[in-house]
Design a protein. Structure first.
Length: 145
């Protein structure tokens, strides 16, 4: 579990179909972080780069199109986690996607140098079965200004 502890920056996010087709749902330049702490909690946030701003600076005044676009280009969840063999299990408590709150997400992990790769089991997306692969790079601790 100690190898996970820290903050990791997203390097790439791709999804591969059973036929071998590769998708980059948030583009090849997606942005994000995943954090694992000593208390057994994790948090992940990632998004498409260059997301459009809402017309209004008031967070509550976005129109339906702006809100849908924001939802489609962002993923966020947090909760407890545990390492079990070659898997890390995210016990999701809070999620941008309501259907994920209260469920477990299994990720198969692999460490290579200062990188962590997390792979999903096959999931249905775009009418097909895909496996997601997210590559993260360890971030040096931030020490203030």
């Amino acid at each position: 579990m100690d190898r996970f502890i820290g903050t990791w920056r997203l390097i790439s996010f791709e999804m591969k179909s059973e036929k071998g087709d590769v998708l980059y749902p948030f583009g090849k330049d997606s942005l994000g972080y995943i954090m694992y702490n000593h208390d057994g909690y994790m948090s992940v946030n990632f998004m498409k780069a260059g997301r459009p701003l809402f017309a209004s600076p008031d967070i509550s005044l976005g129109n339906s199109e702006e809100k849908a676009s924001a939802m489609d280009t962002y993923i966020s969840y947090c909760g407890k986690y545990e390492v079990d063999g070659d898997q890390v299990v995210h016990h999701i408590e809070v999620s941008w996607f309501p259907n994920w709150s209260g469920i477990d997400q299994v990720r198969y992990y692999e460490f290579s140098g200062n990188r962590l790769t997390l792979k999903t089991p096959p999931v249905k997306a775009y009418g097909e079965s895909y496996t997601g692969a997210l590559v993260w790079e360890r971030v040096e601790p931030h020490r203030g200004k």
